[in-house]
Design a protein around this ligand. Sequence first.
Ligand SMILES: Nc1ncnc2c1ncn2[C@@H]1O[C@H](COP(=O)(O)OP(=O)(O)O)[C@@H](O)[C@H]1O
Ligand SMILES: [Mg+2]
Length: 359
Amino acid sequence: MSETTGTETPELDILDGVPDPVILLDAARKVIRLNQAALRFFEIDFQGRDLTFLIRHPNVLAAVDAVLAGKGVQQDDVTIARDVPRQFTVDVSPVRTGENANEQGAMLVMHDVTAERNAEEMRADFVANVSHELRSPLSSLVGFIETLRGPARDDPEARTRFLGIMESEAQRMTRLIGDLLSLSKVEADKHIPPEDYVKLPDLLGSIADSFSVRAAKRNMGIDLDIDLDLPAVIGEQDELTIVFQNLIANAISYGREGTRIRISVKPVDRIPNAGDPGIAICVADSGDGVAPEQIPRLTERFYRVDKGRSRSMGGTGLGLAIVKHIISRHRGRLAIESTVGEGSRFTVYLPRDQEPPHR
Ligand SMILES: Nc1ncnc2c1ncn2[C@@H]1O[C@H](COP(=O)(O)OP(=O)(O)O)[C@@H](O)[C@H]1O
Ligand SMILES: [Mg+2]
C-alpha cells in the first residue's frame, strides 16, 4: 500500500475496492494509476507510461482518444490476451485529473465477460446440436411416409420393413427427449444436495437384473462383487439409478460380444482429489477401450468416439453428460480409465455417510 500524500484524492483508494481492473489516464493518455485488480491482471505497474504499454487494442485506444477529445462515455467489447485470451467489455469514461482537477483524463473499467460469452456459445452450440439430432430421425420419418404413400404403397414387404425403421427412429427421438429432460432437471437441481439414503447393493442388484436380457443379446453377462454390509450413501435413488443404468448400458454397447461386465463396490478411505472417505462403484468392461486423448471429452454433451456405433446401439450421446451432472450434485467424482484394445473402467466415488442412518 502506498503512503497517502496530501495531493492524492480519496477516490483513488476506493478504486482498489472495485473487483474489475481499472486504469486511470491523464490528458496525454499516460497511466496515472492502476487499481489492485489491474495490477493483478497486468502484473506490471506502468505508471507514467502511455496506455499502449498495457493495451494495444485499436478499439480501446480509439475509445480513449475520443474521451480525451471531450466525447462522452465510450464502450467496446474486445479480446485481450495475457496468458490466455479473455473477453472484456471496456468502459471508458471522462474524469477530471491533474493537480487542480483541471485536465480531461479518462478512466477505463475492464469487465471480464469471458465466462458469460463461453456460456452463451455453449448454449448456442447445444441448441444447434439438439436441432441436428432431432432433424435426422424426423427427415427419415418424413422420407418413409412419402415412400409408403407413393412407390411402396402396394408392397407389403417394404411396408413392414419401413414401419420397423420408422418405429426405431421414433424411439430414438423419444430417448433423446427423455435424456434432454433428465439433463435439464439435473441441472436445475444441481445446487440442492440429495437427502435420502440409498442402499447400493439393492439398487445395483436390481439394475443388473433389468439389463440381463439386453446383455444376453450380445452374449454378455454381468458379475456383481458387492460388500453387503456397506454403509448407506446419501443420494437420490432415481438419479443414482440413471447413473448406473447409463454406465451398464455403455458397457454392454461398447464391450466386446461374449465378454463379462464386472461391477464392484467397495469402501475407500479417500476419494481421489477430494480426500473424504467414500464408496467406489466400478463398472468395468472388456472392449475396444478409448484413447487417452478422448477420455476427457466423453462427458461432453453429444460427444461420441464412434458416431455410427453409438447410433446403432441406440445412444443419444447425452448419457455420460447426465452421469457427470448427477455425480457432481452428489458431491462425488467420476474416474474413467481405459486401455485401447482391452477395455474401460468407469468408477463412481460417492461420499460415505458419516453417521449411521436414522431410519
Ligand atoms: N464403456 C465404454 N467403452 C468405450 N467407449 C465408451 C464407453 N462408454 C462410453 N463410451 C464412449 O463415450 C461416448 C459417450 O457416451 P454416452 O454419453 O453414454 O453416449 P452414447 O452412449 O449415447 O453414445 C460413447 O459414444 C462412446 O464412444
Ligand atoms: Mg450411453
